[in-house]
Design a protein around this ligand. Structure first.
Ligand SMILES: *Cc1c(COP(=O)(O)O)cnc(C)c1O
Length: 463
């Protein structure tokens, strides 16, 4: 299995190389040269298997010879052992033919644990084998950072630096990043918004001298290995509801488009997915793009669902690559235009291709709160605000004849203020992290400045 860049001008890599590299050297994102197909019989055979066994069967063809079967199985088992639910990704029912896929039973209570815990294990195996050290730098609107820190804390051959927008993450998210005491963990509060964090991270990757000097590696959702890990729960959920005999639809609370792109990969692999619905909050660049054909930035408006507060959606580039018939030059041009002018028009052909795959909806702050309240009243379920955005869009767009699975991306206790405001109930943290508010915090405030950030990382990383 080989991986190519969405901008067509970077080296073709193996799974292991693409995983350790993150962003391609031409600024693009790695995607598999071909998507392997799973036959309906092989999908049917997944029924009743454990999450881990399904994960092995779904992901194995993408991994090539980077890992042996035994190594890959071992990594999967270790990755999900710390989850607080035996099913890993349980389904609960909200209404006739509407289901919630709970992806928040991992160590940091958001779906990002599914990918991050696995790549923590895979990085460890690969680095040990090659005798290499790396510096992981991540940008986060809250959940990626805590998940990355949780996955890499204490590892000998990895230093982790996480940039988060100061004052724009929830207290639980912040504490999950600032309370780990391991010396290889560095939480950096950047004076700016999430897009600034993401932009400085991209700048570091494009500074090849720095990149090579520190062994820079990325674990943001642009890392292909993360997308791949997220493909698995689309399979477990659909199979639970009768795939491959019965098609299902998914609604995905979306920011950087990594999670929903994993759903698209599942569909390309042969999972019968009827619709993939993009749910956005008031930061609705994707919904506007699908509606108008113009992808244009519009600033970031802080919302009740901060992990979806984005201006540009990094993984959308992967969707554009396929919509433009895998023409890397065309994608590179669009991205140049985005950088220079803050937007671009999608061609008619590409727009048609995107609309054939994805539907979309946008949810206001009031609707988010109303959905949390109504769902609690009608089902007893407490939704986090991101999951509520998903449920609201699913309810507005779904075909009652097709099972709809809405992804619940975070635990309500990660965003207790919004949940309490909507329902009057303050969700409590699971017992295993009940002392989070008592642990001391460690954080460095940093300017939105590339040179200063690079100097700090050079100084703090271990050699
Ligand atoms: C990251 C995140 C999202 C958005 O996922 P993308 O893959 O960036 O689209 C939604 N909800 C929560 C809780 C998240 O942490």
């Amino acid at each position: 299995m080989r991986y190519v860049s969405t901008r067509g001008a970077a080296p073709v890599l193996s799974f292991g190389e693409a995983m350790l590299t993150g962003l391609a050297r031409d600024g693009g994102l790695y995607v598999p040269e071909q998507v392997p197909v799973i036959t309906p019989d092989d999908i049917a055979a997944l029924a009743g298997l454990s999450y881990e066994e399904t994960a092995f069967r779904v992901m194995r063809p993408f991994v090539g010879d980077t890992f042996t079967d035994a190594e890959f199985r071992g990594a999967i088992d270790a990755a999900y052992r710390g989850f607080g639910h035996a099913a890993r990704a349980p389904l609960v029912q909200l209404a006739p033919n509407h289901f919630l896929l709970e992806l928040f039973h991992g160590p940091t209570l958001a779906f990002k644990d599914f990918a991050m815990q696995l790549i923590g294990q895979l990085f460890q195996i690969a680095l040990k084998r090659e005798g290499k050290r790396i510096t992981i730098v991540g940008a986060t609107s809250g959940d990626t950072g805590s998940a990355a820190i949780e996955a890499f804390r204490g590892l000998d051959n990895v230093d982790v630096f996480i940039l988060f927008p100061e004052g724009r993450v929830s207290e639980v998210q912040r504490r999950q990043m600032t309370t780990p005491s391991e010396a290889n963990v560095h939480a950096l509060a950047l004076k700016g918004d999430f897009d600034d964090c993401q932009a400085r991270l991209k700048d570091m990757f494009n500074d090849f001298a720095f990149r090579d000097a520190v062994g820079l590696a990325g674990v943001n959702s642009i890392n292909w290995a993360r997308v791949l890990a997220q493909v698995v729960y689309y399979f477990t959920a659909a199979v639970s509801l009768g795939a491959p005999r019965r098609p299902v639809s998914f609604t995905v609370p979306t920011g950087n488009f990594g999670d929903i792109f994993a759903g698209y990969i599942a569909k390309r692999m042969g999972l019968p997915v009827d619709r993939l619905v993009i749910a956005t909050n008031q930061n609705d660049i994707l919904h506007r793009c699908l509606t108008t054909g113009r992808y244009a930035t519009d600033g970031v408006k802080p919302s009740l669902s901060p992990s979806m507060d984005i201006q540009v959606s990094s993984n959308f580039e992967r969707a554009l690559f396929d919509a433009y018939g895998r023409d890397g030059r065309a994608v590179a041009q669009l991205m140049e235009e985005l950088k220079a002018k803050g937007g671009f028009g999608v061609s008619q052909g590409a727009l048609q291709a995107l609309r054939a795959l994805y539907a979309s909806g946008r949810v206001s702050e009031e609707e988010t709160l109303a959905t949390i309240a109504r769902t609690h009243r009608e089902t007893g379920e407490l939704l986090c605000p991101h999951s509520a955005v998903g449920v609201a869009v699913a309810e507005a767009t779904r075909d009652p004849a097709v099972p709809m699975i809405t992804l619940a991306t975070a635990h309500p206790a990660k965003f207790p203020d919004a949940v309490e405001r909507a329902t009057g109930h303050r969700p409590g943290l699971p017992d295993r992290m009940a002392d989070l508010f008592a642990r001391p915090e460690r954080v460095t405030s940093v300017p939105n400045d590339l040179a200063a950030l690079e100097a700090l990382i050079q100084e703090r990383r271990r050699n």
